[in-house]
Design a protein around this ligand. Structure first.
Ligand code: HEM
Length: 198
């Protein structure tokens, strides 16, 4: 009884396997007969140079946004450290040194992020041609504001040096207002890049 059951199940399973292997052979044949897809940027596949360029545009833009956001996180926080530095009592050396150390490290890291963010932006603009050509005034306006942001970063370095020399004469309120400039610049640049109003 057991033997006949085993034989029956073998009879049922073996054709299953053979049709599965036939299926796999057909699928392999179809795959070999189809031309290999061209590789786009990284792992994306496309159908030629146009698709490859479109996918590299999206990858570069994604990382441009990531680095721009990280750079601005540093630019939002650095003047907050200045607000705190401006409030440190004259005899609190340890607190001042700790804040100065944080500010120096943050400045250096933001600089690095800035270089990568700008390089990726230039790649989009000059390399892939996005925003180039006549009538793309949003791009010109954006570049003017980007120069202003670089100037802001440079101003932060000068303010940091003033704190290091113990020569700061500005109030913490002044630094609070100074801090708002990055919010305005960031908003204006993002609106220009996304809405492209002109
Ligand atoms: C040298 C400086 C920069 C250059 C040359 C540059 C260039 C570009 C280009 C060509 C694009 C593609 C636009 C499109 O897809 O239509 C882009 C996208 C973008 N950029 Fe920049 N960029 C720079 C700096 C910045 C900065 C400082 C910010 C932020 C404050 C920024 C924010 C953005 C955003 C949010 C997008 C995405 C726009 C969208 O998806 O439509 N860029 N950038």
């Amino acid at each position: 009884m057991l033997k006949s059951l085993t034989n029956d199940s073998r009879k049922a399973v073996i054709p299953c396997f053979s049709s599965l292997s036939r299926c796999l052979s057909v699928l392999t044949a179809i795959r070999l007969a189809t031309p290999a897809p061209r590789l786009g940027f990284f792992f994306t596949t496309g159908a030629g140079p146009v698709a490859a360029m479109a996918s590299s545009y999206l990858w570069v833009k994604a990382f441009h946004i990531v680095f721009v956001a990280s750079w601005f996180a540093g630019l939002f926080y650095l003047p907050r450290l200045f607000v705190n530095l401006a409030m440190v009592p004259a005899d609190s050396h340890a607190e001042r040194e700790r804040l100065l150390l944080m500010a120096r490290k943050l400045y250096r890291f933001s600089n690095l992020l800035m270089v990568v963010a700008l390089a990726l932006g230039l790649w989009l603009w000059l390399g892939l041609g996005i925003g180039r050509g006549g009538g793309q005034y949003w791009m010109h306006a954006k570049l003017v504001l980007v120069v202003a942001v670089i100037g802001y970063q440079h101003a932060c370095l000068r303010l940091l040096r003033t704190f290091e020399r113990l020569a700061n004469s500005r109030s913490h309120r002044w630094y609070r207002v100074f801090n708002e400039a990055t919010v305005l610049l960031f908003t204006a640049i993002v609106v220009l890049a996304v809405v492209k109003p002109f």
